[in-house]
Design a protein around this ligand. Structure first.
Ligand code: CP
Length: 305
């Protein structure tokens, strides 16, 4: 694994190995880089969870963190992502963490940038580290993926989380369903659509997504007051969920829109557990990339000894 761009690039063995390593970090395992290494966080889109959990992961692994703010950088003078990434590599960054609004921003970087690149979010394309922390959270709960019914509900069309999760979960044997307003359906993704009532009654995992207003070409006429009743998880629907079923949400959450506010921290909710897992899964991914370059000892290889 030289870069981390999409979960689809990983074998099933690699997916389970990342989850296993993340669990070891969760249980107190530690690792430190063997020399000074600079981690550069190039976030061109807003972020709270992904950026901060990457920074926590980088610091826990003993890395030096280089921050970047596009609005006060030479991006303001027209510098491209490509030239910015090349610049960070030239001045000594050892690994790049990039979030950018382009769905495939990494295409023209992977050929020439030699240091590892981690996809921290690509437009409407993929959000692979979010996917890995979601997989970790589901696996903690059920100990398997095969046969689980997973409903992904909300603004599917504009969601990189939906795309990453749907393919990864299907590959791992889960039955994936989409649910949501017709205008948010994505006909390019071949997954069955069901109503929220059916999703609530049949799913083991209910994954909710917010309306991604910032990615809409036309302003979505604000139906927020009725949206919850039609397409969201109400308390009434949550009561009809299976006893063991859990609620996930990548966050940020629009309380009262895609989910009733009282459900955000309810017994079924694993939303804040997802965020905590985000640190461990990101530590695991960084460790694997740096181990390939000999900058840190790989837990997986030590496990096999
Ligand atoms: N889930 C997620 O990507 O959150 P942020 O946008 O806050 O990073």
């Amino acid at each position: 694994m030289r870069n981390f761009i999409s979960v689809n690039h990983l074998s099933e063995e690699e997916i389970f190995s990342i989850i296993e390593t993340a669990e070891e970090f969760r249980h107190g395992e530690t690792r430190n880089v063997t020399q000074q290494l600079f981690a550069a966080n190039l976030f061109y889109e807003p972020s709270t969870r992904t950026k901060m959990s990457f920074i926590v992961a980088q610091k826990k692994l003993g890395m030096d963190v280089l921050d970047f703010h596009s609005e006060t950088s030479s991006v303001r003078k027209g510098e491209t992502l490509y030239d910015t990434a090349k610049t960070y590599e030239a001045i000594g960054a050892n690994i790049l963490f990039i979030r950018h609004q382009d769905d495939t921003w990494y295409d023209n970087l992977l050929q020439t940038i030699e240091i590892p690149i981690i996809n921290a979010g690509a437009g409407k394309g993929e959000h692979p580290t979010q996917c890995m922390l979601d997989l970790m959270t589901i696996y903690q709960e059920f100990g398997k993926f095969t046969g689980l019914n997973v409903a992904i509900a909300g603004d599917i069309k504009h969601s990189r989380v939906a795309r990453s999760n749907a393919y990864a979960l299907q590959r791992l044997g889960a039955n994936v369903y989409f649910s949501g307003a017709p205008e948010f359906a994505d006909t390019t993704l071949d997954f069955p659509y069901i109503s929220m009532d059916e999703a609530a009654a049949t799913c083991d995992v209910m994954m909710l997504l917010r309306i991604q207003h910032e990615r809409h070409e036309e302003k979505y006429v604000d139906k927020d007051t009725t949206y919850l009743q039609h397409y969201g998880l109400t308390t009434e629907r949550a009561r009809r969920m299976k006893k063991h079923a859990i609620i996930l949400h990548p966050a940020p959450i629009n309380r009262g829109v895609e989910i009733d506010t009282t459900l955000v921290e309810c017994e079924r909710s694993r939303i804040f557990k997802q965020m905590a897992n985000g640190v461990y899964v990101r530590m695991a991914i960084i460790t694997k990339l740096l181990a390939e370059r000999g900058f840190i000892h790989d837990l997986t290889k030590e496990r096999k000894k």
